[in-house]
Design a protein around this ligand. Structure first.
Ligand code: MF3
Ligand code: CO
Length: 271
């Protein structure tokens, strides 16, 4: 069942979203060559705790997962697409990092992800390719957000995301997409990253969706699971980018609840 949120509930989700955005912003600023992934996870944990919120991912265990998720963030480096575990790996020059993070406050959730590179890759063609991949992933998300208007359908959002990715020749992570979000991180509906315009459930004010394109540089969609049981890597070994926002559909159009541009000064109203 798809649950619509009241304006009051969306207010609370705005608060969870802002905390999520703040944690991601802090991780982005802390991420430098030589910094370990577990150190970045601790940065996010601290921001979330200081805001009086709870990490959304820690101990999460969906059906097929082998063990409860051990981190506050997912940190997926280079060929890791999503669900990378924050381990002792130290970032190297030119690494492409995707950071996924979520927070719950007063029972309501926020979920978002960013992708960026650290330092300078020794091979400028790799650096250029990474920049294009990240730019296109952001463009795919932006197109999905723009399509998330009342009166449109879920297929319009899926189509908008997928078209940007495919037109640029990228792969789209198989079997994965966005989702409804509210009290739970994963609620109905599932939001595919590819679809047919005009199809699927109608988008109404109060629907809140996490949109999350996962683009694969090599142009294929296949992935493999790491021995750790969580990390999902591209099957072709090419790099991937993942960018996500929690987006509320309001009668005026889409509202991004996890916008990092709201972080500076914006948190005063939340704490
Ligand atoms: N943002 C992701 C998702 O929507 C990450 C959560 S996976 C977790 O699926 F297990 F680490 F929580
Ligand atoms: Co998500």
């Amino acid at each position: 069942m798809i649950e619509l949120k009241t304006p009051d509930e969306i207010d609370r989700m705005r608060s969870a979203g802002l905390i999520t955005a703040r944690a991601l912003d802090a991780v982005r600023r802390a991420a430098r060559v030589g910094v370990r992934l577990d150190e970045l996870d601790a940065v996010a944990a601290e921001v979330i705790a200081a805001a009086g919120a709870e990490p959304l991912f820690l101990h999460y265990q969906p059906g097929p997962a082998p063990s409860p998720y051990p981190g506050v963030t997912c940190l997926s480096v280079n060929d890791a697409v999503v669900h990378g575990i924050p381990n002792g790996y130290a970032l190297a020059a030119g690494d492409l990092v995707s950071v996924d993070c979520g927070a719950r406050r007063l029972g309501w959730s926020g979920d978002a992800a960013i992708s960026f590179t650290v330092g300078e890759h020794p091979d400028p063609t790799v650096a250029e390719r990474d920049a294009a991949l990240i730019r296109t992933t952001q463009a795919a998300l932006d197109a999905g957000i723009a399509a998330a208007r009342p009166g449109a359908r879920l297929g319009d959002v899926a189509h908008a995301i997928g078209e940007v990715a495919r037109d640029a020749g990228y792969g789209l992570m198989a079997d994965h997409g966005g989702h409804g979000i509210g009290r739970e991180m994963h609620e109905a509906p599932h939001v595919p990253n590819e679809g047919r315009p005009g199809r699927g459930v109608p988008l109404r004010p109060g629907l809140v969706l996490a949109l999350e394109p996962m683009l694969i540089a090599g142009g294929t969609d296949a992935y493999v699971v790491d021995p750790d049981g969580w990390t999902l890597r591209t099957a072709d070994g090419s790099r991937a980018a993942h960018i996500e926002h929690t987006v509320a559909i309001t009668e005026h159009g889409p509202e991004v609840l996890t916008d990092q541009r709201n972080v500076v000064g914006g948190l005063a109203g939340v704490l």
